[in-house]
Design a protein around this ligand. Structure first.
Ligand SMILES: [Zn+2]
Ligand SMILES: [Zn+2]
Ligand SMILES: [Zn+2]
Length: 104
């Protein structure tokens, strides 16, 4: 076994301090799994809350697409308690399954 370690990089090149500046943002998960982004129509699972985050950025951002846009629920009758109530309210469900994936 040869445990010889060759350091190819010179120390001079590594002189600059490496700072991993990673801001952990605060994201608030939407309760409604049927929400989609108004701009890109991707599922919007959560949004960035700069007030809670304190990162200094202004305005919310949809996640994961990171666009600043409104969100629209593909389900017109979604409620926080019962979820999709289209069957009860409209007699039938006119939309597809929750784009962001709901329970199950
Ligand atoms: Zn933030
Ligand atoms: Zn989007
Ligand atoms: Zn529905």
């Amino acid at each position: 076994m040869n445990d010889k370690v060759q350091s190819a990089a010179t120390e001079d090149e590594l002189d600059m301090p490496i700072r991993t500046y990673v801001q952990t943002h605060v994201f608030v998960t939407f309760a409604n799994p049927y929400l989609t982004c108004d701009k890109c129509e991707q599922p919007a699972r959560s949004w960035h809350d700069p007030d809670q985050c304190g990162c200094g950025e202004s305005g919310f951002q949809n996640q994961p697409c990171e666009r600043r846009a409104g969100v629209t629920s593909t389900c017109p009758s979604w409620g926080p308690v019962d979820g999709c109530q289209c069957l009860q309210h409209l007699g039938r469900v006119l939309h597809g399954p929750a784009p962001a994936g709901g329970e199950g």
